[in-house]
Design a protein around this ligand. Structure first.
Ligand code: ATP
Length: 492
């Protein structure tokens, strides 16, 4: 928090007239401002809310209750010898009123000469463009692990919980990503139920986080049992992922390795990109959060940025986790002229977060092509690696067909060499489809599946590689110039 405190101090000292602190933690904001004023002793704090009016100012207590304009007029008349910060609670709700927004604009220029500052606190509010120009925005990050630990430790001592160091660490970890109020509520509930904090609270906290994600508009908590053993081929990618998994350990940190950032998987439809995202999460024992990029851009103009912030906070709160950004090319390939630059801004926010993040959120982005992909995403250093998932080779088709047959008919042993040879250009999904079709045929005749069923099913399916040949060749050409690594060990 030290950095954040310094930023706030600087804004106050440099006479910033209007500050918007982006947070839903009003109480914590007030505490942080009070702490700042201990460092800046000449300045006083006044708070205002609609019901109570002004607080903290001798002889003016209660002023401006139910009258937001009156409190601004009061501050306008406060003498320069009394530098004042006004924390105006819920004030963003009144800015639709012309007189309020006019007054705020007037004060924002007047207060460059006077030592007063108005602080608003809101999380999702989208200011009008004129007000936006007058506001200086300061994001308040969620409490850091050491702050949560201090808080839990205090509660534990006060309630004689006798937490071991290990349990305190685990509880702190589970609470990361929660607001301070939420942490207090969780602790209060635990105390009411069991009279102390304990290991048992961890699963409840995790459950609570999942519920919060379920309420989120853009994130989906994805339950999966897929594992790398369900993926036929893609051996180079699997090997690489195995190495990255190891890099999440404390041992890797001690060795000096950075936390893995993420991977971009590009390939035609049905080549196993989604399957890989699911397998990573399951085999790494991390929750999988799927981001619906389409929903990120749905709704009001300006709402996408707020949703992006929320998504990042949720993902960080679930860390270590896998954040799966599906069809990233479709979401961010928008035309700046048609969406007012929203997709560019949201992408910039995501990229900044990805390059600066210190949390164990592994991003798996998937895309079908590169033609609509913003160049920034493909630049080296954004992701740890970019992989091209090509159509499966002969050997890989063998493995995929074998896998899908075994998944459905575990004890069946049939030759599949001919069908493997006849399915060149089929994707993994098309091979799976071939197996299902062949099984339908065999079942309709109430007999065991034969290779001839598979061959027949394969001849009836027109693979995407035939209809989308040009697109595929383009993708391979692009990747072969060294911009993406092949996901398969050998491309034939
Ligand atoms: P899209 O671009 O259309 O989203 P995708 O590349 O994400 O496609 P998946 O959804 O992963 O493709 O694949 C669909 C299904 O095809 C998988 O659930 C799996 O059953 C099968 N499949 C694809 N590739 C493989 C593979 N390499 N090994 C085994 N099964 C595969």
């Amino acid at each position: 928090m030290q950095e954040w405190n310094k930023k706030l101090d600087l804004l106050i000292k440099s006479r910033t007239p209007l500050i918007l602190i982006r947070s839903r933690e009003e109480e914590r904001v007030e505490i942080l401002i009070k702490q700042a004023l201990k460092r800046l002793p000449r300045v006083r704090l006044a708070t205002w809310d609609f019901i109570e009016g002004l607080r903290g100012v001798l002889n003016s207590e209660g002023l401006g209750a139910r009258q937001p304009l009156a409190v601004l007029q009061w501050l306008q008349n406060v003498d320069s010898s009394m530098p004042t910060i006004l924390l105006a609670k819920d004030f963003h709700r009144f800015t639709e009123d012309t007189s309020i927004s006019r007054m705020l604009k007037n004060l924002s220029s007047e207060f460059r000469k006077k030592p007063h500052t108005i602080i608003l606190c809101a999380c999702d509010w989208i200011p009008s463009s004129e007000l936006d120009d007058c506001l200086t925005i300061l994001e308040l990050p969620l409490p850091k692990e050491n702050e949560i630990k201090t808080l839990l430790n205090k509660i534990s001592t006060a309630s004689d919980s006798n937490l071991s160091r290990e349990t305190l660490e685990e509880l702190t970890h589970a609470c990361s990503g929660l607001t301070e109020i939420r942490v207090r509520q969780v602790a209060a509930r635990a105390l009411a139920q069991r009279g102390k904090l304990s290991k048992e609270d961890i699963s409840e906290i995790l459950e609570e986080k999942q519920q919060a994600i379920a309420r989120s508009e853009v994130l989906e908590y994805f339950k999966t049992k897929a594992s790398p053993a369900d993926i036929g081929g893609l051996d180079a990618l699997k090997l690489w992922l195995d190495q990255r998994h190891q890099a999440f350990s404390d041992e890797a940190r001690d060795f000096g390795l950075p936390l893995p950032r993420g991977v971009l998987l590009i390939g035609p439809q049905g080549t196993g990109k989604s399957l890989t995202a699911k397998a990573i999460a399951h085999s790494w024992s991390m929750p999988l959060l799927r981001l619906d990029v389409g929903r990120l851009f749905a709704g009001l103009v300006g709402a996408s940025e707020a949703k992006t912030r929320e998504t990042i906070q949720y993902a960080e709160s679930m860390a270590p986790c896998v954040l799966w950004i599906d069809e990233i090319d479709k979401g961010f390939g928008g035309d700046a002229r048609s969406d007012g630059g929203t997709s560019q801004r949201v992408l910039a926010n995501l990229l900044t977060w990805m390059s600066e993040k210190s949390s164990a959120v592994f991003v798996v982005a998937t895309a079908n092509g590169i033609d609509r992909m913003p160049g920034e995403l493909l630049r080296k250093g954004r992701f740890d690696e970019i992989f091209l998932l090509d159509l499966p080779s002969h050997q890989e088709r063998f493995k995929i067909l074998d896998l899908h047959i075994k998944q459905r008919r575990p004890n069946l042993k049939i030759p599949i060499e001919t069908v493997v040879s006849r399915t060149q250009g089929f994707s993994g999904a098309e091979l799976e489809q071939t197996v299902i079709e062949a099984m339908h045929h065999a079942f309709s005749e109430r007999r065991e599946l034969l290779e001839t069923d598979l061959i027949l099913a394969a001849t009836q399916l027109i693979p995407l590689s035939k209809t989308a040949k040009e697109q595929l060749d383009f993708l391979k050409d692009w990747a072969s110039s060294g911009r993406a690594r092949p996901a398969s060990l050998k491309i034939t």
